[in-house]
Ligand binder design. Structure first.
Ligand code: KIV
Length: 306
């Protein structure tokens, strides 16, 4: 059977199941690139082995170790404090769980301020972090960095619209592209990152009408988060989807579970069991073989006599 890279054939061949998870062919950046106008591309963030494994087993196409880990995992106010070392550490952990999906690592704030820094840090995320691609925020101004990275063999996912690394400049986490002028600038940014060699582009928190224009204007897939149902794919933050981020839930998030509440309830039950001595029970206890026990009892008696 000839492999079609996009749409349902790729999914039929590659969707993992319980019996053959290790055999699924890993998805590459060119595979994602070829999914433009095909089946919707499903992306999610993950930050470690456990979340990477669960995302991969669920059959997502692309797992992003987002710098949102600054807020979701490390507890910072925004994404600005996360370092390249943090990203390498978490990407490497996620890489042990992600077997089929394309693993993308986010380049932190200022880590791609110059072409040289972009190359040095992109190299680290691929070689030490074991990512299959990197993501960086920004449009036209970072086109030289995207060109250099792709030229060096590092696939780049671009990110325009609400770019959280510009939160100070934007004055908060605010939707972008709401005026005709800023919409035009967004389209130009998306075209610039495509021209520079990005294999796909994230559109964050922009009006659906603008997302549609951008999606039509570029030949690389657009991946929306708060950009309506018109993009080639969607991405959400793992902790938002599962209900384990406590601070706020953006309008564009759909929560599919309340695992934070479930986890807290479970730990309350555990504490109660420990305190009323119903845990551990017989089932959780290790017992000695009878013959060994007799000898151990003798040791205890001897010790007592001393
Ligand atoms: O860091 C992140 O999680 C992201 C996604 C929201 C696209 O950039």
């Amino acid at each position: 059977m000839t492999q079609t890279r996009c749409g349902s054939n790729l999914r039929a061949m590659n969707t993992p199941n319980k019996t053959t998870p290790a055999k699924a062919k890993p998805i590459t950046a060119p595979d994602i690139r070829a999914m433009k106008n095909g089946e919707k591309i499903c992306c999610i963030t993950a930050y470690d082995y456990a979340s990477g494994l669960i995302a991969d087993q669920a059959g997502v196409d692309l797992v992003l170790v987002g710098d949102s880990l600054a807020m979701t995992v490390l507890g910072y106010e925004n994404t600005l404090s996360v370092t390249v070392d943090d990203m390498v550490h978490h990407t490497r952990a996620a890489s042990r769980g992600v077997r089929r999906a394309l693993l993308v690592s986010d380049m932190p704030f200022m880590s791609f301020a110059t072409v040289d820094r972009a190359l040095e840090n992109g190299h680290r995320l691929m070689a030490e972090g074991r990512a299959g691609a990197v993501k960086l925020e920004g449009g036209m101004p970072v086109a030289p960095q995207i060109k250099a990275l792709t030229g060096a063999g590092i696939p780049v996912m671009a990110h325009v619209g609400l770019t959280p690394q510009h939160v100070a400049e934007f004055g908060g986490f605010k939707a972008q592209g709401k005026s005709a002028e800023s919409a035009r600038a967004l389209i130009d940014d998306a075209k610039a990152v495509e021209e520079a060699g990005a294999f796909c582009v994230v559109l964050e928190a922009i009006p659906v009408e603008v997302a549609e224009l951008v999606t039509e204007a570029v030949s690389i897939p657009t991946i929306g988060i708060g950009a309506g149902n018109v993009t080639d794919g969607q991405i959400l933050v793992y902790n938002d989807v599962l209900g384990i981020f406590d601070r706020f839930t953006p309008k564009f998030v759909r929560r599919y579970a309340e695992l934070g509440t479930e986890a807290r309830k479970s730990l309350e039950m555990y504490c109660a069991d420990v305190r009323r001595t119903t845990f551990p029970s017989d089932k959780n206890t290790i017992y000695m073989p009878e013959d060994q026990l007799a000898q151990v009892r003798k040791i205890r008696v001897k010790n007592k006599k001393k």
